[in-house]
Design a protein around this ligand. Structure first.
Ligand SMILES: [Zn+2]
Length: 313
């Protein structure tokens, strides 16, 4: 039952919803991030993400209790908003947290882990265990935080494994909050060679390239294996940094013209603030304004995700 979504949007789309981009935060992850940031940067992060409010929830008796409470409350919000499944991933090194949540909500959560590109050998060992014992379906990578390009040959043994097991790679590109960001690695062109060399892996570029609209459109031309996709997650804060006037709606139009509806996947980029119903609403409102057909909306909201993530219907 969609109790939090406006009636007109509810009437516009009542199909399945799969959200492919969500961050799992725990107090321990937050402590680590804080240690990585200088005071000014942390203050900005804290203000943006309501960290004090998040810290109120630290009273849980154990990590497991904390994860149980957190995941139960997220699943309740998903129920309230008609969201069927979400892809959820923790930060680097916190894979145990998602394993625990997956064992509790296996039908609602598609688990990814964060693949450390600076140590691909150790990450591959973690990934092997994650796939075999915990049902992990893909990885999140962040080339600009790790300062490694996805086509770096050190990544290839991991890609061999991912291709064999039908895993999906979700990569951050464009502007980023990560304190270790090096902009030399934020261009989504970095994904093209890896996607060319591994036709059996589906790659997703986060936030429609977060500012790299032209580059993302070029990638659709060079997508010889049809395995490069884009998630539409986030509020579109990058639009104000484009060198021309634009809007989410105009960006959608360009993506649909260049690559067709098959390339786009719905996502919210929900995070420490909890599930971002407003992004779900914003996306459906844009599709309504654009007068997309039900078939097109269904593909963006869930059909493409089912194909890309190899989920059974
Ligand atoms: Zn994100």
């Amino acid at each position: 039952m969609m109790i939090e979504i406006d009636q007109d949007i509810q009437d516009f789309y009542r199909g399945e919803i799969i959200d492919v981009h969500n961050h799992l935060f725990t107090p321990a992850m937050l402590d680590l991030m804080k240690a990585d940031m200088d005071e000014k940067r942390y203050q900005k992060f804290s203000d943006t993400f309501n960290v004090p409010e998040f810290n109120d929830g630290r009273a849980a008796k154990s990590d497991q209790d904390y994860l149980d409470n957190l995941s139960d409350s997220w699943v309740k919000t998903l129920d309230d908003n008609g969201v069927n499944k979400i892809v959820w991933f923790p930060f680097k090194g916190f894979h145990e947290a998602i394993y625990h949540i997956l064992s509790r909500h296996p039908n609602r959560i598609v688990g990814f882990i964060w693949f450390d590109m600076q140590d691909p050998q150790a990450s591959l060992e973690i990934l092997k265990d994650a796939v075999k014992h915990h049902g992990i379906r893909g990885v999140k990578i962040n080339p600009s935080a790790d300062h490694v390009h996805p086509h770096d040959k050190s990544m290839y043994p991991a890609y061999e494994f991912m291709e064999k097991h039908g895993l999906t790679v979700l990569s951050h590109y464009g502007i980023s909050m990560a304190p270790t960001t090096d902009v030399a690695y934020i261009n989504p062109f970095g994904i093209q060679v890896a996607a060319r060399d591994y036709p059996g892996i589906n790659f997703i570029i986060a936030h429609m390239g977060a500012g790299f609209v032209r580059e993302s459109l070029f990638l659709m031309y060079h997508d010889i294996n049809q395995n490069i996709h884009f998630d539409c997650s986030g509020s579109g804060s990058w639009i104000k940094y484009l060198p021309y006037d634009s809007s989410f709606e105009q960006v959608y139009r360009r993506f649909l013209d260049a690559g067709g509806v098959e390339r786009l996947l719905f996502g919210t980029d929900s995070n420490i603030r909890g599930y971002r119903t407003e992004i779900l609403k914003q996306n459906l409102q844009i599709f309504k304004n654009m007068e997309l057909s039900n078939k097109q909306v269904r593909k963006i909201m869930s059909g493409n995700a089912r194909r890309v993530l190899h989920l059974q219907p």
